[in-house]
Ligand binder design. Structure first.
Ligand code: SF4
Length: 487
């Protein structure tokens, strides 16, 4: 059996079409019609279900009166990354899941309406955020992903000087590099970074803190440091054949589809994706859309334990992805140095493990080989934080322990949020880390004496186009349970 990995499995025009945004934008008329269905509920449950507490009835009302600028302002006042979140939020589990119209009819399409308003603002190239009066403090942000941008924008509004260090050549983090473009094009993530830049956030791109810039220097030069470095690395499986050239990390594979010409990306005729989270689904559907004939998701548990969202699962099935439940990889089979198969064994579910989930157990003598040309690993993420070891930060389950209300770590000058900190980890939603970044900005502001420095200067400087930054207690989100990203 020989390996069959090659470029241009599909004509260039088919590839381009396959990677266009799957959900089409609303026309103005469609948006007004949909907005007209909203009941503009008093004490709207959709607001409580949104982790960033966007005033949803207010922004929908503005769409219904053709005030897209005002609508976008309402959204961004609570969620600085409203463009991304309109595309990647699991709305069925959040705002739309809580919409009162869902019980008897169809919930309002809140995500698509949010996209309609924020896309308008982006296309108009308006600067939605304004910097607050400078209070004389400087903050370094490490990582220009969703948590970093959210924190940086909020800090600018509060009147702090912000410099954002990003290891990659472009800002946006996961939104730019790790979400397939048929869900979120690169231009959308970059538009949000542009908003930050317009508000005065300075970006230092292609610079890795701890390697290109010593962390100590940041502590010397800045009054506070916010860590939002993400995780970004898929752990090793530790199985034979993992080092073969056609075994890829899912994030690396997705990044290729966002940074390279689609007709130059090699893909196998048959592809196995290991894992069943949202990143696995993204990798599997991207493989299909690059022209792979057969794409299998290999998962050692069952559908009931699958971490991916239901809508992601449905989407993958529509794209023809095969799900192989209760199947665990044991060896990548290679011939002449190239992948030709994935040896697997069948599993059954046993007693619950320490995490409460049923533990998969191998069934004796059940091994079989799946003929594949490429294997993509999507089994979670881990970070490399040796460079932070001298700080002796508290770590739990591979992530830094922080105060969830302020993002404060055990180091007096260091705050953290995003995938690398707190409880969410790689399975946190983008919207959850946006909120965490916002909270950390207020935590940093408080530590730097912002409220006192602003005293007597009239209403808070923390304003976006006239609207105050809403911040409610975390407990005000009864419906929200972080699970699975998308991202
Ligand atoms: Fe509108 Fe539904 Fe929110 Fe009520 S719950 S305000 S109907 S979106």
């Amino acid at each position: 059996m020989s390996n069959d990995v090659r470029i241009r499995r599909l004509p260039a025009e088919d590839l381009a079409k396959n990677f266009e945004e799957v959900i089409p934008p609303y026309t103005d008329q469609e948006a007004v019609t949909e907005a007209g269905r909203c009941l503009f509920c008093y004490d709207a449950p959709c607001i409580r279900a949104c982790p960033t507490h966007i005033d949803i009835p207010s922004f929908i009302k503005k769409i219904s009166t053709d005030n897209l600028r005002g609508s976008a302002r309402v959204i961004l006042a609570s969620n600085p990354l409203g463009l991304t979140c309109s595309r990647v939020c699991p709305v069925e589990q959040l705002c739309e899941g809580a919409c009162v119209l869902g019980a008897h009819h169809k919930p309002i399409a809140i995500g698509r309406l949010q996209r309609h308003a924020t896309d308008w603002l982006s296309t108009a190239r308006e600067a939605p955020f304004t910097a607050g009066r400078w209070l004389g403090k400087k903050v370094a942000v490490i990582g220009a992903g969703p948590a970093g941008l959210s924190c940086a924008i909020t800090l600018r509004q509060l009147g702090h000087e912000v410099t954002c260090y990003e290891a990659r050549p472009k800002p946006g983090g996961l939104d730019t590099f790790g979400i397939v473009s048929f869900r979120e094009p690169v231009a959308i993530a970059l538009a949000e970074a542009r908003f930050a830049e317009q508000a005065g956030v300075k970006f230092v791109l292609g610079t890795r803190v701890g390697q290109d810039v010593p962390l100590d220097r940041l502590f010397e030069e800045f009054d506070a440091v916010f860590l939002a470095a993400g995780l970004g690395q898929v752990p090793r499986l530790g199985i034979e054949g993992e080092g073969l050239p056609e075994v890829l990390d899912a994030l690396e594979f997705i990044e290729r589809t966002k940074t390279q010409a689609l007709d130059q990306i090699a893909i196998g005729r048959r592809v196995a994706v290991i894992g069943a989270g949202n990143t696995a689904i993204d990798a599997a559907t991207a493989a299909k859309r690059l022209g792979a004939e057969e794409v299998s998701i290999v998962y050692r548990r069952s559908l009931a334990e699958m971490p991916a969202y239901a809508f992601e699962y449905d989407f993958a099935k529509m794209d023809g992805v095969i799900f192989r439940w209760l199947t665990a990889p044991v060896r990548v089979v290679g011939e002449q140095g190239h992948v030709t198969g994935l040896e697997c064994e069948r599993m059954k579910l046993g007693a619950p493990g320490p995490d409460g989930r049923a533990k998969p157990e191998a069934i004796a003598a059940s091994a079989f080989t799946l003929p594949v040309d490429m294997v993509i690993k999507a089994v979670g993420q881990e970070g490399r934080f040796e460079w932070l070891a001298p700080l002796g930060l508290a770590v739990k389950a591979g992530r830094f322990v922080v105060d969830p209300q302020t993002g404060a770590t055990s180091h007096p000058k260091l705050f953290a949020a995003g995938d690398c900190a707190g409880e969410g980890g790689a399975e946190a939603t983008v919207v959850a880390v946006v909120e965490a970044g916002k909270r950390a900005a207020l935590g940093i502001d408080a530590r730097l004496g912002g409220p006192a420095l602003r005293a007597g200067t009239g209403p808070s400087q923390a304003r976006i186009l006239g609207a105050p930054i809403p911040l409610r207690p975390a407990s005000a989100s009864p419906v929200y349970v972080p699970q699975g990203v998308h991202a």
